[in-house]
Design a protein around this ligand. Sequence first.
Ligand code: FAD
Length: 375
Amino acid sequence: MNNSLIVMGGGIIGLSCALELRRRGTVVTLLETGACGGQASGAAAGMLAPYSENPEAPDEFFMLCRESLELYPSWQRLVRGMSGMEFEYTECGSLYAAYHEADLLALESRLDWQRQHGSSGAILRGAELRSMEPGLSSEVKAALWTPEESHIYAPDFVAALREACLRSGVIIHDELGALELAAWEPRVEVRSRGGEVFAAEQVLVCTGAWAGELSDRLGLRIPVQPIRGQICAYTWAEEQTPLRHMVFGSQGYLVQKANGTLVCGASEDVAGFDTSVTERGIQRLLRWNKNMLPELGGKEPFHRWAGLRPATLDGRPLIGRLERAERVLFAAGHYRNGILLSPVTAKVAADCVEGRPLPGWQQAFRPDRFGAIAR
Ligand SMILES: Cc1cc2nc3c(=O)[nH]c(=O)nc-3n(C[C@H](O)[C@H](O)[C@H](O)COP(=O)(O)OP(=O)(O)OC[C@H]3O[C@@H](n4cnc5c(N)ncnc54)[C@H](O)[C@@H]3O)c2cc1C
């Protein structure tokens, strides 16, 4: 059992951490209650967009997102090579649209600090904007162009990660049903409802929106709650102008996928663990889409779905080891950016499993930062 680890959760975070740790020589067993990628990771639009997702300031969260974007080209190549599977990875850049002069001011100040942090972006207007993205509504006054941003086809990427894990020797048990962290001293034990016991030296909890379920068991506040994202996709006929960039606005986003579909997301609803799609949620998206891209007028999406983003109280993920239960580590709570953050999370979590200290700025993600539960 020396050098052994259980990863709980087979979403993109659990699979990425499992792969990285296996590559470093750890004996990894991944346990998943349902299907790998069956929750948020399989529902995501796959945007890798640290600049568009961080409008405020270059804080620790932005730094983590940006580092992850930088890791993506080599990480996705590695997964492609190890899995032997194909998936879309498109470096197309993004446009953040402004309808009013007042919105433009905010984009200008955003561009100001983002240029000091790796963006070679610019504000585009008029003919220049139309030539870059001909389908945009004439109501769009200007846009912040960020050429560094990209996207990936999340369901295929997650499937490739799973295959890469298997080929590198990660032991995967999925469809196990409910799983419980039964003990963590003197060794970690995870029990299935059927009575099966899995043991290892350490456990890495990657259970996404379900991470908060361990609060009572560990006596710690782990404030993670599910925020439902409803999302839809259109088929995009050959004669229609494909979008060349990801397009963001204050109400949503549009991403053109290589398979011809146009993905449009996403709502942010508090609905517990309910993943159903509501007419109201989708209609709000449709209204926004048509304002952004008039060609969508009169079209109906062919596919609608929803997933549960794991949101923490301060919007930052939980990555690291618990002080009070040192065989227990977390990599969860990635909210809107878990696809983007998967390579850097794998790297940081693997460093923690190996006992390396976190750099100072990454203390912001310590999983026990919310303190103990008052008894
Ligand atoms: C509509 C939508 C669009 C999104 N778009 C983007 C995007 O464009 N870019 C981006 O970066 N992010 C995006 N996200 C966010 C991203 O999907 C999540 O942050 C990410 O998938 C979280 O990954 P995860 O592995 O932590 O969680 P999940 O994928 O939810 O995986 C957690 C897994 O843990 C399992 N589990 C639960 N309890 C247990 C247990 N006790 N034991 C073992 N396993 C357990 C679950 O079954 C699940 O498979 C989007 C999310 C949604 C919903």
